[in-house]
Each structure stands twice: as C-alpha cells, then as structure tokens.
Design a protein around this ligand. Sequence first.
Ligand code: ACO
Length: 423
Amino acid sequence: MSKAKLTFDGEEYEFPVVEGSEGEVGIDVAKLRGATGAVSLDPGYGNTGSCQSSITFIDGEKGILRYRGYPIEELAEKVSFEEVIHLLVYGELPTQSELDELKEKLNEYAVIDEGIKDVLNGLPRTAHPMAMLSTAMSALETYYSTTGSSDEDILRVIAGTNTLAAYIYRYKEELPYVSPSKDLGVASNFLHMMYGRPDEDPDVDEVVAEAIDKLLTLHADHEQNCSTSTVRMVGSAHASLYASIAAGVGALSGPLHGGANQAVLEMLQNIQDDDGDLEKYVELAKDKSSEFRLMGFGHRVYKNFDPRARILKKSADEVLGALGKDDPLLDIARNLEQVALEDEFFVKRRLYPNVDFYSGIIYRALEIPTEMFTVMFALGRVSGWVSQWHEMRNDPAFRIHRPRQIYIGENGRSVQPISERGE
Ligand code: ACO
C-alpha cells in the first residue's frame, strides 16, 4: 500500500500507510501537524494507533484474540499461566528448562519485604483491595530499583502482585499472613497464601487452581486497552515500572474497565433480589435518561463476540460441575444474555457479553470475595502490562506520550484586581 492523501485548506498532503502483519492498516500522521498545522482529533482514541506492537492481536469483527500469534483458545486449553508469562515477556513459549528457571525466579521474588506488610497494616481494612494494591505497588518501588527496567524488576512485579493480592485479602479479613511457598505455580501459590495456614504445608484444590490458572491466562493481555495504555503512558515519561504498574492498577479499577467484573456480580445479585426481573434491568439499560448500563456487555473492540467470554461461559459450567455447586446467578446470567442478544437495542449496537460477564460467577464458585474480583483481573493482566512496558521502552520509535488538544476555552484576557470583579 502506498500513501494516504489529505486535502486540507486547499492543499494536498501525502502520508505514509503502515501495514501490520495481519493486514491491519494505519495512516502514519506523525508529520501531520508539522506539515499542515492541524492535529488529529479522536476523543477516546477509537481510531488512534498509539504504537506498533508484536505482543497481542485482536480482530474485533471476527472475535479473534492471539498472544504472539497463538490463539487464546489453544493457550487456555494447553499451557500454564507461567508459560503464558514467558510467551508475553520473552516472546516465545518456554522449553522445560526455561520454564523451570522462570518458576524458580517467580517463587524467589514472591517473597516481599516486611516493610510492605507494614504499609498494608496502616491502611483502613474497609479500603477497596484495588486501592490497596496500587498503594502496595508504589511501596515496592521504595524497596527495589528506581529505574525498574531489569528482568528482576519485571518478574518481581508479577510475583509481587500475586503475594500482595493474597496479603490484602488476609489483612482485610484480619487473618495472619501466609508466606509464599517455594514449590508452587502462580495460581496454586495464590490460593495457598489466600486460604492456607501460616504453619501448615500447602494443600491446594487442583480443580480450583486449574480454574484460576485459566482465568489468569485469559486476562493476561489485551493490546492497548485503558490500563495498558496508562502503563505505557506513565512509563513513557521514564517513570519506573513499579510507578507505571501502580497507575495501571488504578485504571483497571474503574467499572467501565476491569471493575466491571465486580459490578456484574452485584448487578446479578440485585436482579435476584428483585425476584429475577431481568426485563426491568434491560429496559433501564436502554433508557437514555438513566446512567445504568448492563455491566459485562459491550466492548470497544469486539463487535461480534468476545472470545474470552465464550471460553468462560463454558468454563463456568465445568467449574461449577466439578465443584458440585449450583449457582442461581449463573442461570440469571444465561437468561440475561439471551434476552439482551435478542433485543434490538443490543443487536443494533452490537453489544455482546465481554470477559467480565462470566468471570465473576467462576470467582464466586471458587469462593473469591466479590471485592477481590478486579484484583484477580490484575493478577493476570500484570504479565501483559510488564511486557507492553518493556516493548515500549525498547521501541526505536519511542517518544514521551504527549497528546495534543483543541483548546475551546476563553481567548486571552487580563486579570482584574479582586475588588473590581463584582459581588
Ligand atoms: N449497556 C447498555 N448500553 C450500552 C452498553 C451497556 N453495557 N455498552 C454500550 N452501550 C450503548 C451506549 O449507550 C451507546 O449507545 P448510543 O449509540 O445510543 O449512544 C452505544 O452502546 C455505544 O457505546 P459506547 O459507550 O460509545 O461504546 P464504547 O466503546 O465507548 O464503550 C464499554 C465500551 C465501556 C465497554 C461499554 O460498552 C460499557 O460501558 N460496558 C459496560 C461496562 C463493562 O462491561 N466494561 C468492561 C469492558 S471489558 C474490559 O474492560 C475488560
């Protein structure tokens, strides 16, 4: 493909067209302002590519998600979360010896400094776990590197998030901390630190550990979403990895992003308390005078279906079956999906269940408290964040991220003394 032509103010300009490996095309407007004096305006960045990346590919029309070329369906089925970490961070699935080495390092870095526990101990137990996680991540920086760009930092952030998540839960529940085990994988170690006893060997339910492992894989990366863009944005100022990840945690906590998984479960519970009146909630979501949205529905990129939601819907049945549990909220979720998918409002806007719609049902079956759902999302996504951060810092086209704006405020004026400004 050659050039894109723009006619502006009577002049014609040409811009290079960049083609990705999956045929995606972008018009390179890096020289737009210099050539024309104008900037591109794209609130919400729906049409803006902020970087070239070789980590994750999404085709929202076809419902495709791949990490480094591998389909999410295959990864969820065939590999462990540690293998996914290796794939995202280093670019390839590991050999057995590479995997062993990675696991060893993750277990080494899972041990966090006593001072971090003191930081957590100073926070109100009523605080939201995502606010605590962000605080604790910032605190990690004070103990380790200030540049945060080494392999050790990358793995410490991943392993540290796991430990911090469990510690936050234990602190809120007023339970003694359980140290990470040297012999477990990420998911099992998390469960051990959440539910084990400080003085006992790990005893982790395999079914639960496998379900968590799959959830971590499904949440691991999703190209330039809100939290990942935040991580890249903060890192672009050469702020440390820890500071960047702390900011990413903040972005993920929002209910329009990762916080939706908690909001979905609360919505399903409200529907149950309302005698299962689905229609009421569907009508409310369609009512433009209300701010209510069907949580877990819609996606900026997926306009067909979210492949992660499809995997999780099946997984919810399997996990509940394996644990011998029955959850009325799963029936409500299935019925709500059915009603919404047949309703013209949702069909026209191409609103389908997203990753957050079914994940909460699984977390609930695994007895993860609702407030911890978004932290579970962060446990997986942190592997994507560090990989994206690293790619950004090594990109030869790197520049500090600094968008422009179109100013629509007052024109230049001068300050009046306060005595002359009236009542
Ligand atoms: N319920 C009802 N209406 C919706 C919903 C929803 N969940 N999502 C979008 N719409 C409507 C909007 O009102 C809008 O209608 P209009 O065209 O008549 O004005 C139209 O669909 C398009 O919506 P936008 O907000 O423009 O879509 P956008 O791409 O900006 O937002 C988002 C995507 C934030 C995910 C949105 O669909 C939403 O708020 N969903 C609910 C929250 C949620 O589940 N978030 C998790 C997303 S996945 C993740 O981050 C991991």
